[in-house]
Design a protein around this ligand. Structure first.
Ligand SMILES: Cc1ncc(COP(=O)(O)O)c(C=O)c1O
Length: 370
């Protein structure tokens, strides 16, 4: 029986043709301030989806976050408040700016606790990075209220949440800058890639500068920047994927609904990302297991179901951060999530029989171990 991975992109004929067209054209990259035609077409599609004034494509979600922080002027002496229950990139970019990450705890929905954020604010707090974990929007009203009262910049880590909405507004539009990833497993992919959205003209200019070594015309560097340009091939691929986003999201939602119905009666496993005022894109379908998470994980994997844990190790406990003294920090819900969550396959390419195998496998494992 085939192994069902936890996530898999759908790449169709149109994507292949779009990439080949770029390869055949011989223009693989356009290193102008504005970017090439494929980059601009992709940016236009994201702009329309979000209703944002500007979208700047870059070559990873990490680059998106780093670009946003640099453009907002985050630097040495600044503190940036981040969750620890996230991918390393959220905090690594803060270190890359020479600033200090300050980790705060999450709520039962795995997103940043706005009260913990408020309590962590100091005179040095320059920015906060809420993450919309697994594609489920964080409590942005509360976070923005605290940030606005203290002139703190808000950067959304929307790497996993393209297409999700919070009180009717797309994630990525709920802050100074929204950062997306186009990594291979993401809701829309270009293999590696990313984008930053903003409504601020001045910030958009800085984002474009950071993406291109600070240059407008060439060798006129006016701001610290890097090569964060998205190649034309990747932009062409992502552009076709953008046309399919609505279908992808409908399929993810349908799959999540099926899993929700099948697993509702399972005692000892809770789905906690379901507030009615926001929509989930189900980048991952994640359950909190009361006990025996590793046993359930092993049982599913042996049955050919690629369930996985995001994340076993919260960022503040990763060796680099432990060395910097962060591991002592008490983040109760973060540690609980790291020890108890399990994500099931929910991607759009799952067939009905795949879905049944995922649900049957989970119900069987739950009967034995939960
Ligand atoms: C929450 C989160 N932040 C940031 C990133 C970084 O994105 P990338 O891998 O495209 O650099 C990812 C994805 O990998 C992510 O899941």
């Amino acid at each position: 029986m085939d192994f069902i991975p936890v996530n898999r992109p759908i790449i169709g004929e149109e994507e292949k043709r779009a990439v080949l067209d770029v390869v055949s054209s011989g223009v693989l990259v356009n290193s102008s301030y504005e970017g090439g035609p494929q980059v601009r077409a992709f940016e236009g599609k994201v702009k329309r989806l979000l209703g944002a004034k500007h979208v700047v494509a870059v070559n990873s979600g990490t680059a998106a976050l780093h670009t946003a922080l640099l453009a907002l002027g985050v630097g040495p002496g600044d503190e940036v408040i981040v969750p620890s229950f996230t991918f390393l990139a959220t905090a690594n970019v803060v270190l890359a700016c020479g600033a200090k990450p300050v980790f705060v705890d999450i709520k039962d929905d795995y997103n940043m606790d706005p009260v913990a954020f408020r309590r962590a604010v100091t005179k040095k707090t320059k920015a906060v990075i809420p993450v919309h974990i697994y594609g489920y929007p964080a409590d942005m009203d509360e976070i923005r209220e605290t940030a606005a009262a203290r002139s703190i910049k808000v950067v959304e880590d929307a790497a996993e949440s393209l297409g999700a909405t919070y009180k009717g507004t797309q994630t990525g539009r709920l802050s100074d800058a929204g950062c997306f990833s186009l990594y291979a497993t993401k809701v829309v992919t270009s293999g590696e890639g990313g984008a930053v959205s903003t409504d601020d003209d001045e910030l958009a200019d800085l984002l474009r500068l950071v993406r291109n070594h600070g240059q407008v015309r060439g060798y006129d560097s006016r701001h610290l920047g890097f090569n964060y340009r998205l190649p034309e091939m990747s932009a062409a691929l992502a552009s076709v994927q953008m046309d399919r986003l609505e279908g992808f999201l409908r399929a993810r939602e349908r799959n999540a609904r099926y899993l929700g119905e099948r697993l509702a009666a399972v005692d000892g496993a809770k789905f906690t990302q379901d507030a009615p005022d926001r929509s989930h894109v189900f980048y991952l379908y994640t359950l909190f297991l009361r006990k025996n998470r590793e046993k359930v994980l092993r049982a599913l994997n042996s049955a050919g179901v690629g369930a996985a844990v995001y994340w076993h190790v919260p960022v503040h406990r990763a060796p680099l951060y432990a060395k910097l003294g962060y591991a002592k920090k008490k983040l109760k819900k973060t540690d609980a999530a790291a020890g108890h969550v399990l994500s099931l396959p929910v991607y759009p390419g799952l067939s009905q029989s795949d879905l049944e195998r995922v649900a049957d496998g989970f119900v069987r494992a739950a009967r034995e171990y939960l």
